[in-house]
Design a protein around this ligand. Structure first.
Ligand SMILES: Nc1nc2c(c(=O)[nH]1)N[C@H]1C(S)=C(S)[C@@H](COP(=O)(O)OP(=O)(O)OC[C@H]3O[C@@H](n4cnc5c(=O)[nH]c(N)nc54)[C@H](O)[C@@H]3O)O[C@H]1N2
Ligand SMILES: Nc1nc2c(c(=O)[nH]1)N[C@H]1C(S)=C(S)[C@@H](COP(=O)(O)OP(=O)(O)OC[C@H]3O[C@@H](n4cnc5c(=O)[nH]c(N)nc54)[C@H](O)[C@@H]3O)O[C@H]1N2
Ligand SMILES: [Mo]
Length: 676
């Protein structure tokens, strides 16, 4: 039991969707969290981001859901009344059962993404419930799907260079990543490397904080990374700086990759990327000359129709240039593959009669809610705020507004999505429940134990999904149900790891087998069958209909000449914490684009395309390149004047790999908003 006394200190960790997985020291006073600070860590330096330092604002926010709620107003109106857990779960079981009987179990769709991102609060009891119900499956593609496919196909998800080893690098390329907002503990390691003379290059359509300090900033057009990377490879081959010995010994497909790179002369690449010949040549020459050289590949470049090929080409570069084999050399993408948990076999995820329910791609949930056949009649949203975070927001909103759809939203706060729920269930946060936090930048795993009692009547995912399993009559005698039992299942399913539970008890930071600072192609190899990098894997080539092929926007519609990108911000994690920030967020636009349209800083604009429009303030800034405008991801309806966010402008066509989202492929026009 948790003891209540004046002030106690508790060590825990942050599982939020961020690469860093920080250790936390929480102060609890009279049962309330009063202070959160970074706890000792060799990797993070013991400091926390501002968002999590202020997590108490989220914990005790007036919009925190305190009890189960039932809708009493129209959908979207936000009128609810409290009801007991018993009554709420009864209602869910009754409605889901009724609809499954009438339409078949596939009419149920679970809709979830990272949420708290802990290993217990997703893919455990929830997976058991929805599998045994025979519900539609969800392809969780909103993030990292193209990059995951690329990293899996080329290198078998080999973990990359550790943050600590950036210090050894002489050349650091930050490519489509903005660690100053989205994984801040990499930044001090980059700074240390620079203090020792490392060169910093940033590839990003925006001048991010690191780009502003970089030795070179390549502000390319969004979605053209594959062309920059291939032109660089062509240059390397042409100038005798490709590492043919490495390619022969450790890769397959390099001759084919070379052929595909061959059409990208510097001048052809400048046409597409908007960079100059000098810029690309300088980039290639400096990269070729430096050792160790490391690329931090982010997620900004995957979110367009060329995203999978873009990521594949970026992570193929170190193979072509021969940058592996030394500490601090190679690339870092997601390091989630450092831990391989495979508990599926022990959780009992069988479907009724071995049925194979359909799969809905979450990037097209809006369309599915409006058009799927059989129809989606029961939606269970958890660990996600899809109205704020999925593309094609207009379809999503219309789908959620369907009177015949029964929607459950299980969340910590009244999100935009929750406003459309029939039943809202209050969820605990990682300070109130047990979980496991795994870094996907840092090579760490932490056990999370609750530091306070649940706020209000909130309950954990494990608890609620477990209870639903039994209320639907789908439970099985003796199977692991409690959070502790499920934790044991997950830990025991960690491939290649021994004594993980004990290690989590005794070690300050638990690293995966091998220690978590691999030297690539020396003590860590691709997890492909032949331990080689496959530079043009057949399955990816088929899926992408030609890997590394650059696709111009299908309809470069002159009515919508601007590309809208929606990067992460330093205030929110996706849309988490969005209830705290209610101010109107501006669209950023280059001064030349503003001038051409007669727009000035500070006015209210209408950003629009055929899918919808956003009304918001304008900030004129040369931080974005010409032809590109930005509006951050994770905004809520209260952050804009008309209640739509950038997601209303984001198309729901898919990236070339993994069924990924194409958020950064939006085309828009902007005009002054006239009072009507
Ligand atoms: N504070 C905070 N931290 C987070 C998150 C958050 O929302 N807030 N989100 C977490 C999650 S879910 C993720 S996926 C990661 C994301 O981490 P990052 O990948 O670092 O974040 P993004 O801002 O999505 O994208 C990075 C950069 O890509 C640029 N970009 C956009 N389009 C292109 C392109 O076509 N090519 C290139 N080269 N660059 C492009 C953007 O301008 C942006 O600066 O961060 C995680 N950490
Ligand atoms: N326009 C645009 N939109 C984007 C992106 C973009 O680049 N542009 N990027 C996308 C990316 S990278 C991502 S990862 C997605 C993320 O999209 P989502 O997965 O929808 O992420 P969040 O908005 O953080 O929503 C997570 C929700 O889970 C809740 N939650 C947290 N912990 C728990 C828990 O233990 N139990 C329950 N039941 N709920 C919990 C939080 O309160 C929060 O409301 O957004 C995408 N949206
Ligand atoms: Mo993400």
């Amino acid at each position: 039991m948790l003891r209540r006394m004046a002030s106690t200190l508790h060590t825990t960790a942050c599982p939020l969707d961020c690469p860093d997985a920080c250790r936390i020291e929480a102060t609890v006073t009279d049962g309330r969290v009063t202070r959160l600070e970074g706890a000792d860590s060799a990797i993070t330096g013991g400091f926390l981001c501002k968002k999590v330092r202020n997590f108490d604002q989220h914990l005790y926010h007036p919009d925190r859901v305190g009890t189960p709620l039932r809708r009493i107003g129209a959908k979207g109106e936000g009128k609810f009344e409290a009801l007991s857990w018993d009554a709420a779960l009864d209602l869910v079981v009754r409605e889901f059962t009724d609809r499954a009987t009438r339409y078949g179990a596939e009419c149920i769709l679970p809709l979830s993404y990272g949420g708290s991102n802990g290993l217990l609060s997703q893919d455990t009891a929830d997976a058991r419930l929805f599998a045994r119900l025979g519900a539609s499956r969800l392809a969780r593609t909103v993030c990292a799907a193209p990059s995951g496919r690329a990293a899996g196909g080329l290198y078998g998800k080999m973990p990359g260079v550790a943050y600590e080893d950036y210090e050894a690098a002489k050349w650091i390329g930050v490519w489509g990543a903005n660690p100053s907002a989205s994984g801040i503990h990499l930044v001090p390691w980059i700074r240390r490397a620079r203090d020792q003379g490392a060169r910093l290059v940033v590839v990003d359509p925006r001048r991010t904080p690191l780009a502003a300090q970089a030795d070179q900033h390549l502000a390319l057009r969004p979605g053209t990374d594959v062309v920059l990377a291939l032109a660089t490879m062509r240059w390397l081959f042409e100038h005798g700086t490709a590492d043919l010995a490495f390619l022969q010994e450790h890769t397959t497909g390099w001759e084919e990759l070379r052929l595909r790179a061959d059409r990208w002369t510097l001048s052809a690449a400048t046409e597409v990327t908007g960079l100059t010949v000098d810029e690309i040549e300088r980039f290639a020459g400096d990269y070729a000359a430096a050792t160790p050289a490391v690329i931090r590949c982010g997620w900004g470049l995957e979110r367009n129709r060329n995203g999978g090929s873009g990521v594949a080409s970026v992570i193929a570069l170190p193979a072509v240039a021969g940058k592996f084999g030394v500490r601090g050399g190679g690339y870092t993408m997601s390091n989630s593959g450092a831990w391989r948990f495979a508990p599926e076999g022990t959780l009992g995820l069988d479907t009724p009669g071995g049925s194979q329910p359909r799969t809905v791609n979450m990037n097209q949930t809006g369309q599915a809610l409006l058009e799927a056949d059989p129809p989606i009649q029961a939606l269970f949203v958890y660990n996600s705020n899809p109205l704020a975070t999925l593309p094609n927001q207009a379809a999503m909103r219309k789908g959620l507004a369907r009177e015949d759809l029964f929607t459950v939203v299980f969340d910590q706060v009244m999100t935009d999505t929750a406003q459309y729920a029939d039943v809202v269930l209050p969820a605990t946060t990682f300070l109130e429940h047990r979980d496991l936090a795994r870094g996907y930048g840092n090579f760490v795993l932490h056990r999370i134990e609750p530091v306070i009692e649940p706020v209000g009547e909130s309950r954990s995912n494990v608890d609620v999904f477990g209870e639903l399993v039994s209320r639907f009559g789908l439970g099985r005698d003796g199977e692991p149900e409690s959070d502790e039992a499920l934790e044991a299942v997950v830990l025991a399913a960690a491939q290649g790891e021994a004594d993980l539970s004990e290690r989590l008890d005794t070690e300050i930071e638990t690293h995966p087998v091998g220690g978590g600072r691999p030297i690539l192609f020396v003590d860590s190899f691709p997890r492909t069958a032949d331990r080689k990098a496959h530079l043009v894997p057949g399955d990816l080539d088929t899926e992408a209909d030609g890997l590394y092929r650059f696709r111009p926007a299908p309809t470069e519609d002159p009515s919508f000449p601007l590309t809208l990108i929606s990067p992460a911000s330093g205030r929110t994690v996706s849309s988490t914490f969005g209830q705290i920030y209610r101010d109107a967020v501006p669209l950023e636009m280059h001064p030349d684009d503003a001038l051409g349209r007669g727009l000035v800083d500070g006015i209210t604009v209408r950003v629009y395309n055929r899918a919808g429009e956003v009304h918001c303030p304008l900030r004129v800034s040369d931080r974005v390149r010409r032809g590109v405008v930005t509006l951050p991801k994770g905004l809520w309806s209260h952050n804009t004047i008309n209640g739509n966010t950038s997601n209303v402008l984001c198309p729901d066509h898919l990236a070339d790999l993994g069924g990924g989202a194409s958020f950064n492929d939006a085309r828009v026009e902007v005009e002054a908003l006239r009072a009507s």
